[in-house]
Design a protein around this ligand. Structure first.
Ligand SMILES: [Zn+2]
Length: 222
């Protein structure tokens, strides 16, 4: 792997051929191929970061449909009969029963956050190609990584209900197909955010600056 000056900011460690071990964080020459401390493979950037991130995001987008269309919870009760709740019907029911905070938490964690996260990851992938607004994009990456874990709230709610509400013949609660699809959406978006290498944004920004300075040179050298 060569550390070409056009690919990286000349001030970066990568331009000097120095890699940061993804596992133990030791900085060392990438020419070593393997980390001197933990023997992990060394790369200047996460390999195939963009392709992996996009593939995982696409998977999350596809599973988002069954996550919302299939029931997340099946409630069999001898009094009320069989009830199946999707995420949205659950939110509406909590709202109608006057449980506004619960309705808002589930709506935010299960509907708003996954969509916002998928859109953010797509914006980040685009920024890794254009190199526009690198500081803002790095901040977006940090927020995406932090917020994403909170969408697991819904999966926990289902898991707790299934574990706690087993009243034998009176009432049985089982997870529906939507719960599994939703858990897969959360896991895929977490993996997508993790696969993304935010340094690609700065590499693209450096390339962009490099092209601009070449264009402004009076001799027009490219
Ligand atoms: Zn290491």
């Amino acid at each position: 792997m060569t550390a070409s000056k056009t690919a990286f900011d000349p001030a970066s460690a990568a331009a000097r051929g120095l890699a940061h071990c993804h596992f133990c964080a030791q900085v060392q020459p990438v020419a070593h191929a393997h980390c001197a401390r933990c023997h992990a493979a060394l790369h200047l950037r996460k390999p195939h970061s963009l392709q992996r991130t996009l593939a995982l995001t696409l998977g999350a987008m596809l599973l988002y449909l069954p996550a919302n269309l299939l029931p997340v919870l099946n409630v069999e009760s001898s009094v009320k009969g069989n009830q199946q709740n999707t995420i949205l019907s659950g939110v509406i029911q909590f709202w109608q029963d006057g449980d506004y905070p619960v309705a808002l938490i589930i709506f935010t964690a299960s509907i708003v956050i996954p969509i916002a996260k998928i859109i953010s990851i797509l914006i980040l992938c685009r920024a890794a190609q254009t190199g526009r607004r690198p500081s803002a994009m790095t901040r977006l990456h940090r927020i995406t990584d932090f917020v994403g874990r909170w969408s697991m709230v819904d999966v926990f709610v289902v898991a707790i209900l299934v574990g706690v509400v087993q009243l034998g013949t009176v009432m049985t609660v089982t997870p529906g197909g939507g719960a599994f699809a939703f858990a897969a959406v959360v896991i895929l978006t977490m993996l997508a955010a993790h696969s993304f290498d935010p340094r690609l944004i700065w590499d693209a920004a450096a390339r962009r600056l490099n092209t601009a300075s070449h264009r402004n040179r009076p001799d027009g050298a490219a």
